[in-house]
Write a protein that binds this ligand. Structure first.
Ligand SMILES: Cc1cc2nc3c(=O)[nH]c(=O)nc-3n(C[C@H](O)[C@H](O)[C@H](O)COP(=O)(O)OP(=O)(O)OC[C@H]3O[C@@H](n4cnc5c(N)ncnc54)[C@H](O)[C@@H]3O)c2cc1C
Length: 275
């Protein structure tokens, strides 16, 4: 199907993009890497949008240190997340997640901000953001707003971002000495969306687990986290089965996804030397 769009404008700056969004009066749609949006337009699942191309806004690209946080601009591409030494050192979970996202062609254009804003429950970065206890930075007509990642993802493709806001960056607490970051997923083929996945951070002896493809949004698995903190792997796997809330679809049944989650957690426990 041919994409139906209402118009196209290239934004030069964040404030330009915000005024274009305001002018579009609810019909504005930000275009970043286009790897999800263009597919949706071609499929006709979204149409008539006024496309506001933000891909050229340099201020939204790249990583920098700010106090004890690493700020990663929304337009930082998956390929750059995988190769940036600052991200590898201070947010290794994201560097490990990036190669699991799709294929080279998509990683060369798709952006971390696009992935977080799109909020696909099977995507890797949203679950990493939750495991990292990251903060989502939004720019809107009334200035900057910061939302804990845990509170940002509200449901299937639904976030706390208002229509007139731009996701500007993600702020990640910088990894401390001895902190461990692990991500594992099960997918039918390399590059496919995961059937089930877990992102885990161990910080100061405590664990944070973000689950993806295991519910209608990325999930913080608090029952499994508490059991893992106590070194109880069997308890963590049992708790995980109720922390997650997968559905059955053409790819896998809910029961199979739950089973996979338990297998992944046991492997991660081995990676971390827990139990
Ligand atoms: C074949 C295929 C396989 C894929 N596999 C995976 C996978 O395994 N894992 C995975 O995580 N992803 C996967 N993706 C999705 C890919 O990672 C996309 O790049 C990503 O979801 C969207 O990023 P984008 O920059 O391309 O955003 P776009 O497609 O440009 O935008 C996506 C949505 O986010 C909004 N948006 C974009 N940027 C912003 C912003 N800064 N502020 C507010 N709203 C914004 C847009 O308006 C749009 O609604 C796959 C895509 C394809 C086509």
């Amino acid at each position: 199907m041919k994409a139906s769009i209402g118009g196209y404008t290239r934004a030069e700056t964040v404030s330009h993009a915000l005024s274009l969004l305001a002018e579009a009066n609810g019909a504005g749609r930000l275009l970043a890497g286009g790897q999800s949006l263009i597919a949706a337009l071609n499929l006709g699942t979204t149409s008539g949008d006024m496309l506001i191309d933000i891909a050229g806004i340099g201020a939204l690209r790249g990583a920098r240190i700010d106090g004890n946080r690493l700020i990663i601009g929304a337009l930082t591409r998956h390929a750059d997340i995988a190769s940036d030494p600052l991200i590898a050192e201070h947010a290794p979970l994201l560097a490990k997640a990036a190669p699991l996202v799709a294929h080279d062609a998509i990683r060369n254009r798709g952006t971390i901000g696009g992935s977080l804003a799109y909020a696909d429950p099977a995507a890797e970065y949203p679950a990493c953001a939750i495991a990292l206890d990251a903060t989502i930075i939004l720019e809107g007509p009334n200035g900057t707003r910061q939302v804990a990642a845990q509170d940002f993802f509200l449901g299937l493709f639904e976030t706390a971002r208002a229509d007139d806001e731009i996701l500007a960056a993600i702020a990640v607490p910088m990894a401390a000495d001895g902190e461990r970051h692990v991500i594992r997923e099960a997918a039918r083929r390399s590059g496919d969306y995961a059937l089930a996945g877990l992102a885990v951070v161990r910080r100061d002896g405590r664990h944070r687990i973000g689950a993806f493809a295991l519910g209608d949004r990325p999930l913080l698995c608090e029952g499994a986290m508490a059991a893992l903190d106590g070194g109880d792997i069997d308890g963590a796997v049992a708790a995980l089965a109720t922390d997650v809330d997968p559905t059955s679809d053409t790819q896998a049944s809910a029961a199979y996804r739950r089973h996979l989650a338990g297998v992944l957690l046991r492997r991660i426990a081995i990676d971390l030397g827990v139990g």
